[in-house]
Design a protein around this ligand. Structure first.
Ligand SMILES: [Zn+2]
Ligand SMILES: [Zn+2]
Length: 271
């Protein structure tokens, strides 16, 4: 295999793994189940909740409980993953991992407060997680990566692993930089930001300021310069019949209000 072919195949395989992970987490776990921004067909919901752990390594109920807590307590001490609770950007890896593990234990023990936030989902923590076998999906993905590597090239196998298991890196980018660096279109209580670069890298998830303003909208981009590829994944999923409705909020009136408010405060500063 020539170097050029190896590079093209490796990048394609990495992209495939990454998109598959994002399809589960950004489209279904996040927009569909955590915020009900999509009307997901019941059979599809069942399928995603059963297979999500095997594909991504992440339990849907735990992820959603943690994410709803993030929206409820954004950028406070109770936020499960805020830059305010990190000393350095890389601390986010341990902060989000510990919060996820703690939330899973609480849900398995049927902690009343934790469980009440995700009652509407009608699902349990996945049985393999409840049995302490959280590492099984990772082992299986390693085996798949090794098989791919043996029959093609080790770099292609590693690329598959990096793409399909990329969630901690996506989480780090979104959870840290989406609440730390970028601009604010909406003046909210939290410190959410719209980070264009993170937005592109994470299928729109870096547009946190827009998302915190309209959590029930499946489209995170509002301004022309903002790109939300995850939204197009949602529309593709609707086109092939997995989703019956994609909810999008019209932000025009609020954008106008924000502009008027900033004009008023600029005027106030001049006077
Ligand atoms: Zn956020
Ligand atoms: Zn959200």
């Amino acid at each position: 295999m020539s170097v050029l072919v190896l590079v093209i195949v490796s990048v394609s395989v990495l992209t495939f793994g990454y998109l598959l992970n994002m399809f589960y987490i950004s489209v279904f776990y996040h927009r569909g189940f955590a915020h009900n921004a999509l009307d997901v067909k019941p059979k599809v919901k069942k399928f995603i909740c059963k297979t999500g752990v095997w594909v991504t390594g992440i339990d849907p109920k735990t992820w959603i409980a943690m994410h709803r807590k993030h929206h409820e307590h954004s950028d406070t001490e109770k936020d499960p993953h805020s830059p305010v609770n990190c000393k350095k950007p890389f601390d986010m890896f341990t902060v989000q991992f510990k919060s996820y593990s703690r939330m899973m234990v609480r849900l398995i023990k049927k902690d009343r407060i934790a469980s009440s936030t995700v009652e509407d989902l009608g699902i349990d923590v996945h049985p393999i997680m409840a049995k302490g076998l959280w590492y099984l999906p990772y082992l299986i993905q390693i085996v798949i990566s090794v098989i791919i590597g043996v029959f093609s090239h080790p770099i292609i196998g590693i690329s598959y692993w990096a793409g399909i298991m990329s969630h901690p890196i996506q989480g780090w980018l979104v959870n840290y930089y989406g609440h730390h660096s970028g601009y604010r279109t909406f003046n909210l209580k939290d410190d959410s930001r719209n980070n264009i670069l993170v937005g592109v890298l994470t299928m729109g998830e870096g547009l946190q300021n827009n998302h915190h303003k309209y959590p029930h909208s499946a489209k995170f981009s509002i301004l022309r310069k903002e790109i939300d590829l995850g939204y197009y994944m949602c529309t593709a999923a609707r086109a092939i019949g997995l989703i019956s409705k994609v909810h999008v909020v019209d932000a025009t009136a609020d954008i106008l209000k924000e502009k008027q408010n900033s004009l008023k405060s600029d005027q106030g500063a001049k006077d």
